[in-house]
Write a protein that binds this ligand. Structure first.
Ligand SMILES: [Zn+2]
Length: 257
């Protein structure tokens, strides 16, 4: 497994952690697995390449959203198709794309992978296609424009992707209705959790502070406690948008196996 940053964002911390002060620069972690039997597997896809161009971003994400999420540092080379290209992987080589949830910084590369099986929670896709008014900005309908042409595997609840315990999805709703985290077991590295947006920052996770965009604070708190218990039992947890946790993972062509 190797990771890349497919969505550097610089924004007021209060947009991530209720009532926090100051500004933060965060990565958006996308994980790439080269599996001996199952081929290339992606965990999330980052932001769409349209966001690299200020004018295109207005049309693709919607007016003012690029500025609101501080995506000015996102360049064409940050998009997952380019990052894979740098690693010698073509879009057609990607066999599985697993989504933690379908927000704009996680589902932006969906249309790059027509040959893959796209795995997501049913509750997440249903909500993403018809979100509440107030969550509409984070569900970009342009990201889902190919959804009816793709091979989509909808799952309900926890799921063992290959039936061998190596890729286990645990439903963790709250930030989004169908958010899930991935518990991976690698042969040498052992088990760890890619925690997606179960919290955006480590201090937030520890103190169980909501994010203003959390779909349900109530569900989020119980999901956080569930994942906290897994971490407490000894499984390392890596949050998608926490810089120090992204930096602790092998990046851009370095691998854990
Ligand atoms: Zn996110």
């Amino acid at each position: 497994m190797s990771v890349v940053d497919c969505g550097p964002l610089t924004l007021e911390k209060a947009k991530l952690v209720a009532f926090a002060e100051g500004t933060v620069s965060i990565p958006t972690t996308v994980a790439i697995f080269q599996h001996p039997q199952h081929g290339v597997i992606l965990w999330d896809t980052g932001c769409n390449h349209a966001v690299a161009d200020p004018e295109e971003a207005e049309g693709y994400w919607g007016a003012g959203i690029r500025d609101a999420f501080g995506a000015q540092g996102f360049t064409r080379n940050h998009a997952i198709d380019r990052q894979l290209d740098f690693m010698g992987i073509q879009p057609k080589d990607v066999r599985y794309v697993i989504y933690s949830h379908l927000h704009l910084d996680h589902a932006g590369g969906m249309s790059y992978f027509p040959n893959a099986v796209h795995i997501m929670q049913r509750a997440e896709l249903q909500y993403a296609l018809f979100p509440d008014e107030w969550t509409r900005p984070v569900y970009v309908q342009n990201d889902f424009r190919d959804i009816h042409k793709l091979n989509v595997l909808l799952i309900d609840g926890d799921h063992d992707v290959f039936g061998d315990g190596t890729f286990r999805l645990i439903k963790a709703p709250g930030h989004a209705p169908g958010m899930q985290v991935l518990v991976v077991t690698l042969q040498h590295r052992g088990r760890f959790i890619l925690g997606a947006d179960v919290a955006h920052q480590r201090d937030q996770f520890e103190a169980l502070i909501p994010m203003p965009w959390d779909w349900s604070c109530h569900a989020m708190t119980s999901s956080r406690k569930k994942i906290k218990q897994l971490e407490r039992s000894g499984i390392p947890l890596y949050l998608c948008h926490e810089p120090s946790e992204f930096n602790a993972l092998p990046q851009g062509g370095r691998y854990w196996d």
